[in-house]
Each structure stands twice: as C-alpha cells, then as structure tokens.
Design a binder for this molecule. Sequence first.
Ligand code: NAD
Length: 375
Amino acid sequence: MKSRRSFLLKTGLSALAIAVPKIESFSGGSPKKFAAIRPVQDGPVLKVALMGLGSYAARVADAMQSCKRAKITGLISGTPSKLESWSKKYAVPEANCYNYETYHQIKDNPDIDAVYVITPNALHKPHALGVAAAGKHVICEKPMSINAKDAREMVGFCEKAGVHLLIGYRMHFEANTLKVVNMRRDGAFGEIKFFQGLSGFRIGDPNQWRLNAELAGGGAMMDIGIYSINGARYMVGEEPIWVTAQEVKTDPVKFKEGVDETITFQMGFPSGVVASCLSTYSMNYLDKFFLNGTNGYAEMQPSTGYGPIKGRTHQGPLDEPHVTHQTTQMDEMAAIILDGKKASIPVDGEEGLKDMVIIDAIYKAVKTGGKVDLV
Ligand code: NAD
C-alpha cells in the first residue's frame, strides 16, 4: 500500500496531455413532463478496464455485455487466476491485463479510455489517483472515499489531470427514480415537506473487508446508508444544512470500533424539509424511500436494490420498465465522457463529495450527540 501511495505521489502530471470532450451547456430549461430517461443508443464506444474483480465487478461485467456504448477492454487484479478466467470470459487480450503493480502502464494503452474502480472503499482514493495519473478517466464506486478530505483531493487531482471522475451512482439513471425526480421538479407533489430513507441488509461473514474499519472507512453508513443520504438529496432536490444522528450497536464483537451497525439520522434542508433515515447492517429487506409534499407522495420499495424498483405515487403505480441498472449506467457514462452529455442527476466527483461531507457530519453528530451544521 505504502509503496503504491508513494509511487502515486511521485507521479507527475506532465504526461497527462489527454483531451476531455467539452461539456455542452445544459440545453434543458425545465425537464419534460415526467419524462423517463432517453436511452443512449449510438455513438463511439467507451473502452473500460475493470479494477478489482470481486462480486460487484462481476455484476458490472455481466451487465456490460448488453451495453451499446461501453465495452470491457481491460482488467486489473492482484489475482492471476482471476485475470486468466475473466480475460477468457470477456475476450480481453492478455496485453490489456494488469496487476496493482503494473496498472500505471495503462497510460500507454490506447485500448483503455477509463478504469472502473471497484475495490474496497479505502482503496478508492489511491486507485483513482493512480488511474488519473495514467491519464485515464475514472469511474469510481460509492462511497467515493472514506471521508470528505480525500474526496476533495480526488476531485482536484482528476480536474488537474484533465480526466473525468464519475461515481457509480446507478440509481441516477434508473427510470422509475427519474420519473419521481421529474415529477418533483414539475411540482406534482407540491411543496416537499418530508423524506424517509431506510437502507439496510444483514451482513454475514464477520471477516470480510466491509467489517474492517481500515478498509471500509466505517460500517453500514459507508456501504448502504449512503443510499438514503444520496436519495434524500435527489428526491428532495435540495442540499441539507444540518444533521443529527444516533448510533445503536447490539453486537460490539462483530461491529468493532469504527464500524457502525445501525445509525438513525435526520437531515434538515433550507426550505424546511426534514429527512428521517436509517442505515443498518442488521436488518434484511430494508430498502424504502418515501417522499411527501403538500399535494402528493411517492413511495418506493425496493428503492435502491438491483431492481426491479417498485412503488407508486398519488397518481398511480411506478411502472417504467426494468433495465439492468449497470447496463444503463455504463452507456450513460460513456455518453457523459465521450459526448459531453449532462446527467439529469449528476454523477461527478462533486456529487460524490457532497455525500462524503454529510457522512463526516453524521459521524460527528453521533460522537457529539448534537446538531452538526453543514453550512
Ligand atoms: P468484493 O470484496 O466482492 O470485491 C472487492 C475486490 O477488491 C476483490 O476482488 C478483492 O480481491 C479486491 N481487492 C483489491 N485490493 C484489496 C485489498 N487490499 N483488500 C481486499 N480486497 C482487495 O467487494 P464488492 O462487493 O465487489 O465491493 C467493491 C466496491 O463496490 C465497494 O466500494 C462497494 O461499496 C461497491 N459496491 C457498489 C455497489 C453498487 O450497487 N453500486 C454494489 C456492491 C458493491
């Protein structure tokens, strides 16, 4: 770890003469009435290397087989047998397979435009910086880092390197989610007053990295609670100005110091909206959003799982067809990177940073027992 970090620090940015397509200004005005996302169909293909060939990378890799604009062209793993089997399965040439000691060589590989970082949370920062230093675009899993300071550094580094930094917020491209967000933007719920976000699952193996404070950067909040934080922001359409939070730990052996089991938290928004949320590693099937305004409501359950997303509003059921989230995400990210498309709900590093600032504040609120202001 240390040697990789010092390599990154020593790596200059002089070789990063990569051109980033100019982002076109948002042609928009207000979004079309309750419009669902218009799928990306045509255009150049984003050549993506996957880094960290674990369980989520496997899901992404399978989903990418149906992509029109993104293709797996490279693999990065510390396990030679995984490189061998994945390269066969996804027809990736051996020359495009790297390990964590050699992956900086991607800078000379025109077959790779972007690297999707799907490693444990605490490694996102060093890996993202390594990819950016090699002049390649970064797609990074959530949480983008383990605190706001690191997230800010990642945003600044990628900006200087002239590469995109996108966070794997797949829900930002999900059709029923976008339908609700567009209804809210169009005023269908009236003035928004309240949001509830419940995010959790029951975690198994006590030896996994998710329960290791150093690699996970925390516990359920970093992993699953972030969905309620991020969801509150896109459902309400405002940024919170304060948080309060309370922690409950029923199993201090499994959930050691620095690894949160269950946190309830509240967020206050400038208009007076209040969000009441729960993040846990101790309850299964907990995946629910509820939004209420003066004129209507939306409820989604499941709200952030792999789908199909189900729910209803006061106007009727949410029935946009299910498309594998990661397929849509990668096609849309290709359009963002290659065409300068603007996401309806942002997925850039700044968006990820906003969630990290809130997570820092929630942990502070747990410690102090008080209200933490965000502005
Ligand atoms: P995983 O344990 O299945 O995979 C992690 C991979 O990282 C493994 O292949 C492992 O070998 C590799 N790795 C590299 N260096 C490592 C190290 N020092 N220690 C441990 N592993 C190391 O985990 P996962 O479920 O695939 O999660 C990976 C990332 O993806 C996490 O950040 C997680 O939050 C994110 N994720 C996102 C979603 C989503 O829906 N967006 C879903 C699941 C996971």
